[in-house]
Each structure stands twice: as structure tokens, then as C-alpha cells.
Design a protein around this ligand. Structure first.
Ligand SMILES: Nc1nc2c(ncn2[C@@H]2O[C@H](COP(=O)(O)OP(=O)(O)O)[C@@H](O)[C@H]2O)c(=O)[nH]1
Ligand SMILES: [Mg+2]
Length: 264
């Protein structure tokens, strides 16, 4: 378990920190402190967090049972804010068309901006605002997802796509009962992020490398990024897309349909 963490807004959870520099295998040898913070309350905090996480996993199991009963496959889509999740989902809905019955569970801190953008494509959309009773959390957990499921016709869906809250750290730490985790990574984010945010990159089954239409305007080195990704997650599928031009969207939709087929 990582270190307990409290946000400035009062929300709290644990982060799985990378301790490579302690065992000598890490690439950096910089002294970043002894990690012995919270000496007086540390043990109690860890216990509270273990309870929170095991409660989360219990609800995630209940979600997964409901998904199995309904015969729906579920993909949890994560990224930094602005990497292109909503734009990719719009393209996805337009490309999959009526042949695949898709539901969207839209996670957002406070607004319905993304949910509004995704309506009108024939998909059932359920919005979960984390500021509405969930402390404004920076991720979706299993309980929040469960609250949004009641507004979806699960048994009538083939595929449920969850747009998680934009954040490169916390969403990866909470199982929500999904069958696969996907991330959208924008080429504007630099090559080094897999090394800086390994928990997220390690957790995903597929990394959609988006905004490739912008490559001619950037110094982004795709080979360096791919090597960094491989260093933390050798098995992840990679798909290059532009939600702007439509490049790679067919390949992404084929991957999604493969997920649906794997469940039938
Ligand atoms: N050039 C370019 N812009 C994109 C692409 N995908 C998304 N965007 C833009 O990036 C911004 C953030 O996209 P959005 O889908 O809202 O990101 P989200 O926060 O991850 O849901 C919007 O202005 C999109 O139009 C892409 O492939 N290429
Ligand atoms: Mg969005």
C-alpha cells in the first residue's frame, strides 16, 4: 500500500508510490525524503484506507456480477484532462453505429458538459457528478459507478464505456468492476509520463495515443514514448488515433468489439 494522501479540498486516499529508489533498481538516485510522514496518525490512517479500499472492491465485485448477468462488457476509459476522451467517445459512437448497443457512464466533478456532448448518438448516457454526494473526488470508484448504473438499461447493452474523471493518478487505483482499462494519451503530454505516472500506465490494457494529427507541430518523439511505456507495461496494446481526423478510430473500435466478443 502506498502513502496516505489528502487533497486541499479535504478528500483523501492512498497513493501507490514508486519506491524504486529504495531498492537500487530505480533510474533516479535523488534523495526525495524518508517517506516517514504522518508519524503519529499513520497506522490509523492506513487502517481507514484499507477499509475504504476493501469496501470499494466489494462493490466492484457486485458491479461485475451485474455486468455478467446483463451480458454487458465494460471498459473504463482514463486520461489526463483534455487528452481527448470525450472527442474519442463521440467518434466511437458515430463509428460503431446502431449495430452495437452502447451505454456511456460519464464521470465528471461538477458539470454535464461532456454528458451533453455525448447525447444524440443513440447511446444511453448516465452522468455521475462526484461533487454530488461524493466529496468532489478526482476519480470514479465502484460506489459512484454503481450509483450511475441504476440509470442505464444494462440488460439492453452490449458495451458500457466509462469516461473517468480526468486525472493521471487516482482513477487507476480504484477497481469499478470493469473488464478492461483503457487510457487515452495525448502526444502533447510529452514522452516521459509513463515513467512519472507508472501506476496508471501499468494498469491499462490498451493505450490510445491520440492527437497524432499534431505530431508535425511537436517535438514529441513517439519511439521514446513507446520505449517508456514498454518499460512499465510491456503487454499493453497501443493504438494511434486522431479524434480530429478520424485516423485510427476503426482500429480502436475493432479493439472494443474484440472486448464485446470476448464476453459472449
Ligand atoms: N488536434 C486534435 N485535437 C483533439 C483531438 N482529440 C481531442 N482534441 C481536442 O482536445 C480538447 C480536449 O478534448 P476532450 O475530448 O474534451 O478531452 P477529455 O478531457 O479527455 O475528455 C478538445 O478541444 C478537443 O477538440 C485530436 O485527436 N486532435
Ligand atoms: Mg471529457
Amino acid at each position: 500500500m502506498g502513502r496516505f494522501h489528502r487533497h486541499s479540498d479535504g478528500t483523501m486516499h492512498v497513493h501507490d508510490h514508486d519506491h524504486d529508489h529504495h531498492d537500487g533498481e530505480g533510474v533516479t538516485a535523488r534523495d526525495v525524503g524518508d517517506h516517514s510522514g504522518y508519524p503519529e496518525t499513520g497506522a490509523a490512517r492506513i487502517e481507514v484506507l484499507e477499509n475504504i479500499l476493501s469496501e470499494n472492491d466489494r462493490v466492484a465485485d457486485a458491479n461485475q456480477k451485474d455486468f455478467a448477468e446483463a451480458g454487458v462488457r465494460v471498459v473504463n476509459l482514463m486520461s489526463s484532462p483534455g487528452a481527448g476522451k470525450t472527442a474519442l467517445l463521440k467518434r466511437t459512437l458515430a463509428t460503431l453505429g446502431a449495430g452495437t448497443r452502447v451505454g456511456i457512464l460519464e464521470g465528471d466533478i461538477a458539470t454535464s458538459i461532456d454528458a451533453d456532448q455525448l447525447s444524440g448518438y443513440g447511446a444511453a448516457v448516465s452522468l455521475v457528478n462526484t461533487s454530488a454526494g461524493f466529496g468532489g473526488e478526482c476519480h470514479l470508484d465502484a460506489v459512484m459507478v454503481r450509483s450511475g448504473l441504476s440509470r442505464l438499461p444494462l440488460a439492453e447493452l452490449d458495451l458500457l464505456l466509462i469516461e473517468n474523471v480526468g486525472n493521471l493518478v487516482c482513477p487507476a487505483e480504484f477497481q469499478v468492476g470493469e473488464h478492461a482499462k483503457a487510457m487515452v494519451y495525448s502526444v502533447t503530454e510529452g514522452e516521459e509520463k509513463p515513467l512519472k505516472y507508472p501506476v496508471m500506465f501499468r494498469a491499462v490494457d490498451v493505450c490510445v495515443i491520440n492527437k497524432i494529427d499534431l505530431l508535425p507541430h511537436l517535438d514529441f518523439d513517439l519511439d521514446v514514448f513507446l520505449a517508456n511505456l514498454r518499460a512499465v507495461n510491456p503487454a499493453a496494446t497501443t493504438i494511434r488515433t486522431s479524434a480530429r481526423t478520424g485516423e485510427g478510430i476503426e482500429e480502436w473500435c475493432s479493439w472494443l468489439l474484440g472486448q464485446v466478443a470476448a464476453g459472449s
